[in-house]
Design a protein around this ligand. Structure first.
Ligand code: LLP
Length: 405
């Protein structure tokens, strides 16, 4: 990757995504499930850029969405409607209505109250809603507490007994068609055991539903496959698939997974320019033009992202790499070993493809960074850098109004 050329062409801070890497990641999962009917969905929340969605649509991906905005993005980018799942713990009536009218594959329901709303809206529209129920298996995914979702204390899904009751309710409703079963236990998972445990619990429920003549067609194992940020040993897609398949022998379900980070995380780089160095006593800081508004993961989860120099080598000393935002929590890396740096030197923050841009903000009135795709050695802009005009667009109109008007 020619970071120097990309920086001079598109300026910094800049997100760069390697589309060939995304293809390779997608194909590795698809192959792992080769022996079965499968649908590899992309969790749009990880990075919702339309060009990324289109690239994945071309590879045959479906999408897991958690808001109507994500459903609209998926449709806009050309994802087949029968491959779109709408998940999430809270859906507004208008969102449910939109999803039903668009006839997407299924709505993933997370509570009894939600199921009743879906039923009422489907009835109003005189249609039948295809749904899945999200099971909370009470399994510890052994990941960061903020991104662990499969424990009873988390807000997600319903326990297996409640799930069973909901399925029976669906069976007796002309407006609900229970086609799927779903379970997602967390994110950045690097231990296979929680997957095995969670799918065993969900598969048992699947079998008991079959006995009740509730015929589930889609078995959604969620997402969460971890990647390497530092020294983690990620689960191989083959082992992931085997841990799922081992629990499903004798069943004829289509396996669905909804991966975000695994598909795009390591494809992404955040390229940033050094503004200057400073020393507070013995503490060395490298101040760069990217900040927590661009990549909040280090500040929010103490997440580690490797940071490398682009055109300077050699050892140096430890420094905190910090942004211009007025918060002490604004850092991209702590105690990073870096050579002496000068104004305009480039640093690259790695593994920034997932939950980077999609969690970025305009905090401190900073326009969001541009995004670039690289494929077959060619690069192109996939999101323009925001301007000051963009920042004030939705406000400026109201300046003209007086309180007395
Ligand atoms: N499916 C559901 C229902 C989810 O809630 C999530 C992620 C995924 C799939 C995709 O998970 P993945 O394959 O990307 O691990 N912002 C955090 C991650 C939050 C994940 C939320 N749910 C981070 O930066 O680490």
């Amino acid at each position: 990757m020619d970071f120097k050329a990309l920086a001079s062409r598109y300026k910094t801070p800049l997100f760069i995504y390697d589309f060939d890497h995304i293809s390779a990641q997608f194909n590795s999962v698809k192959e792992a499930f080769n022996a079965r009917k499968s649908l590899v969905c992309y969790a749009v929340k990880a990075n919702s850029n339309l060009s990324i969605l289109k690239h994945l649509a071309n590879l045959g991906a479906g999408c897991d969405c958690v808001s109507v905005g994500e459903v609209k993005r998926a449709l806009y980018a050309g994802i087949t409607r029968y491959k779109i799942i709408f998940s999430g713990v809270g859906k507004d009536d208008s969102e449910i209505e939109f999803a039903l009218k668009e006839n997407i594959l299924m709505l993933n329901v997370e509570s009894e109250a939600e199921l009743k709303r879906v039923e009422a809206i489907a009835k109003n529209l005189n249609t039948t809603a295809r749904i899945s129920v999200r099971v909370n298996p009470n399994v510890d995914a052994k990941t960061h507490p903020y991104i662990s979702t499969g424990l009873r204390k988390n807000k997600f899904g319903v326990d297996t007994d409640t799930a069973k009751k909901l399925y029976i309710y669906c069976k007796n409703s002309p407006f609900l068609d229970p086609v799927g079963i779903h379970c997602h236990i967390g994110s950045q998972i690097t231990d296979i055991a929680p997957y095995r445990d969670a799918t065993a619990i969900t598969a048992e429920l699947l079998r008991s539903l079959k006995a009740l003549e509730i015929d589930i067609k889609f078995f959604d194992v969620g997402g969460g496959l971890g990647i390497r940020y530092k020294d983690e040993t990620p689960i191989k897609p083959y082992d992931f698939a085997q841990s799922v398949l081992a629990n499903l022998s004798g069943t004829d379900v289509t396996i669905v997974c909804e991966l975000g980070r695994f598909l795009v995380g390591n494809s992404g780089y955040l390229l940033t320019k050094v503004l200057y160095e400073k020393q507070n006593g013995t503490k060395r800081f490298v101040v760069v033009d990217a900040a927590m508004n661009d990549l909040i993961r280090p500040s929010l989860y103490s997440a580690y992202h490797e940071i490398e120099t682009v055109d300077k080598n050699g050892g140096g000393s430890l420094a905190d790499v910090v942004g211009p935002i007025c918060e002490s929590g604004d850092f991209l890396g702590k105690d990073v070993e870096l050579p002496p740096l000068e104004h305009s030197d480039l640093l690259v923050v790695k593994s920034a493809g997932a939950y980077g841009f999609s969690m970025s903000s305009n905090y401190n009135s900073r326009p969001r960074a541009a995004e670039v795709a690289v494929k077959d050695g060619k690069d192109r802009l996939i999101r323009a850098r925001e301007s000051f005009e963009d920042l004030i667009e939705l406000e400026k109109e109201y300046l003209k109004k007086d309180w007395d008007e």
